[in-house]
Design a protein around this ligand. Structure first.
Ligand SMILES: Nc1ncnc2c1ncn2[C@@H]1O[C@H](COP(=O)(O)OP(=O)(O)OP(=O)(O)O)[C@@H](O)[C@H]1O
Length: 588
């Protein structure tokens, strides 16, 4: 099914040279990108080439693949290659060409926050510089370590002197244990591209177009890589983004690199998408007060005339603001809980609220909502199996397949791609049948978890996806989940299959999330919390405009209802200056 495009979207798709497209919030950036992806297949069909699309997160990759597949002819999937920047660097550059520079670590496992050795590696590196107690911010700084073209540290880690000093030990320890971190994946790929021009030639022979999503959040390293690709003169670049939505400065993103890059590659840059199909006119007006655009952003979607002004709630606690104002407003406007979100600058400000809302009986998803660690081996598959029992959706099989694949990978260290085929479906049918049988016994979620984790081990052992020792890991991880829940003071005997299923199909629950998580998403109703002086923007912030952009991203997620929450804090701080005369002017 071909989606209709506006004239401005169509003009961008039809442009046959490199293009930097500025797109205001809700202007159909993704729709335009997908239309370009599908349109350019015409020039590669029947060849070994494909159109390469690089986007920011795995979720965005899945969304683009899925939405594109609705418009593709049978067999055309092979002509699109959608990937995150890290996956592109790893699979298209580092691994195939690692033999040119084995020291760059192309053959190593990827180190993520969930890797079993992550904390031990950080602690080892920190100890080398006499940092003996690591806090959350230190782990985050290690996790986001990234470098510029000269290998110098950039981004948030720069503000953490101890982590900067510990970084060489961190990288050396990673190498020793056979890991590579995200920062070095991109840096290693850049070095290979720079030192071996043949690599760029081979990539450009394969991909006549590179489509780049969220270009405002690109780093110097990524810009330099694109320049090296463009220098072959064999590929064109279609980059789409919005400078006002650049919120990844902490990973080294530099929106000021966009314009010079456009000039460098001779890209057209006068085209912009200015119709917002997401938000009501009243919400768009607020966004325009924050960052007036040229041409102005205009509400053009079905919610255009929605008659509710954004609301400011001040004083009281966040919990009171949500339960006494936001939830009743959702009910009055007939907005489902699953269509609404509460946004905060960082996830720890959501933890207490999550606990209070859980006790209040409001179904929620997001940080603090899960009473156990998400990384527990059996957690993801258990949630998906429960979701399939409680509320199967059109996407259930696909999500189950993905969960099963990841669970087997975590248990065995092996990527068993066969799980996405017929053999995987057979295992899934067995798992689902057993999950349903056990749920029908009506003994509650804890008994279900115990029995189902053992059954999963047996089914996967019989299908030869795990060995005998690995088959016991699922039950063991359920014991860890139980311990997590007891620590969180959850009444585990009242936990139901519905509770577990909620995390798999969050359409019935209110989502609590950070603004970064919400980027690229849209909700009928949004409450932005923490709008206090000193906190938003942070009183020691050296980049208030970056925080203003973050606030801009938050308010432009809303379609119909927008609520600002300036809760009371113990220092009696006034509401955020973003709400005052220099910002939205909603303070009286
Ligand atoms: N030509 C169009 N006609 C009608 N609706 C459209 C059109 N283009 C996009 N939309 C709708 O507008 C909404 C926003 O689209 P999308 O999420 O792609 O915007 P975006 O530009 O990526 O936004 P943001 O940058 O804020 O994340 C979606 O619901 C989409 O279906």
């Amino acid at each position: 099914m071909v989606k209709l495009l506006t004239d401005e979207q169509q003009e961008a798709v039809d442009w046959q040279e490199s293009l930097l497209l500025t797109a205001c919030p809700g202007s159909g950036k993704t729709r335009t990108l997908i239309a370009k992806l599908v349109a350019e297949i015409e020039c590669v069909r029947g060849t070994p080439r494909s159109i390469c699309c690089i986007t920011y997160t795995n979720t965005a990759v899945q969304e683009i693949e899925q939405r594109a597949s609705e418009q593709l002819q049978a067999g055309d999937e092979r002509y699109i290659y959608v990937s995150t920047i890290h996956s592109f660097c790893l699979h298209s550059i580092l691994r195939p060409f690692a033999w040119l520079r084995p020291d760059l670590g192309g053959a190593r496992r990827i180190l993520t926050r969930d890797s079993p050795d992550f904390e031990a590696i950080c602690q080892y590196a920190a100890a080398q510089v006499n940092l003996l107690q690591l806090n959350q911010a230190d782990y985050e700084a290690f996790e986001s370590l990234s470098v510029d073209t000269n290998g110098r540290i950039i981004g948030v880690a720069l503000k953490n002197d101890a982590v900067c000093r510990a970084a060489p030990y961190f990288w050396a320890r990673c190498a020793q244990l056979g890991y590579i971190d995200f920062g070095n994946i991109v840096y290693g790929a850049y070095l290979l591209l720079r030192e071996h021009p043949g690599i760029a030639l081979s990539l450009c022979a394969r991909h006549p177009w590179f489509l780049i999503d969220e270009f405002q959040d690109t780093t110097e390293l990524q810009v330099e890589m694109l320049k090296l690709l463009h220098a072959t003169r064999r590929s064109k670049i279609f980059a789409v983004g919005d400078l006002y939505q650049s919120i990844y400065g902490f990973t080294g993103a530099r929106p000021e690199l966009v314009a010079p890059f456009g000039v460098h590659i001779g890209a057209r840059s006068d085209l912009s998408l200015s119709l917002n199909f997401r938000s009501s006119r009243r919400i768009v007006n607020h966004a325009e007060r924050l960052f007036p655009r040229l041409p102005p952003m205009t509400a053009a979607g079905s919610t255009r005339d929605y008659p509710v002004d954004p609301i400011l709630i001040r004083g009281g606690t966040v919990f009171e603001a949500i339960t006494e104002h936001f939830l009743p407003a959702l009910e009055a406007q007939h907005i489902a809980l699953g269509d609404a979100t509460i946004l905060a600058k960082d996830w720890f400000s959501l933890i207490t609220l999550a606990r209070e809302l859980r006790d209040f009986g409001t179904p929620i998803v997001g940080p603090g909502a899960r009473p156990y660690k998400r990384s527990r081996l059996f957690a993801q598959l258990a949630e998906q199996l429960c979701g399939a029992i409680v509320e199967p959706t059109g996407d259930t099989t696909r999500q189950l397949e993905r969960a099963l694949f990841h669970t087997v990978q975590d248990a065995t260290g092996q990527a068993r791609l066969g799980l996405f085929g017929f053999a995987g479906r057979q295992v899934l049918v067995r798992l689902q049948r057993e999950a349903l049988r056990l749920a029908n016994l009506g003994h509650g979620a804890i008994a279900w978890l115990d029995a189902m984790s053992q059954a999963t081990g047996d089914i996967l052992l019989r299908a030869e996806y795990v060995d005998r020792i690995q088959s016991g890991l699922f039950y063991a991880s359920v014991q860890e989940m139980k311990a997590d829940m007891i620590r969180q003071k959850v009444d585990i005997f009242n936990l139901t299959i519905e509770h577990l299923g909620l995390f798999a199909s969050p359409t019935r629950a209110l989502r609590l999330s950070t603004i970064h998580y919400a980027k690229g998403r849209e909700y009928s109703a949004v409450a932005v919390i923490g709008l206090r002086t000193g906190y938003f923007p942070f009183k020691y912030s050296d980049d208030v405009i970056a925080e203003k952009r973050q606030f801009y991203v938050a308010i432009t997620r809303a379609e119909k209802l927008l609520m600002y929450v300036a809760e009371r804090d113990r220092w009696g701080n006034a509401p955020s200056p973003f709400l005052g005369p220099t910002g939205l002017n909603v303070l009286r």
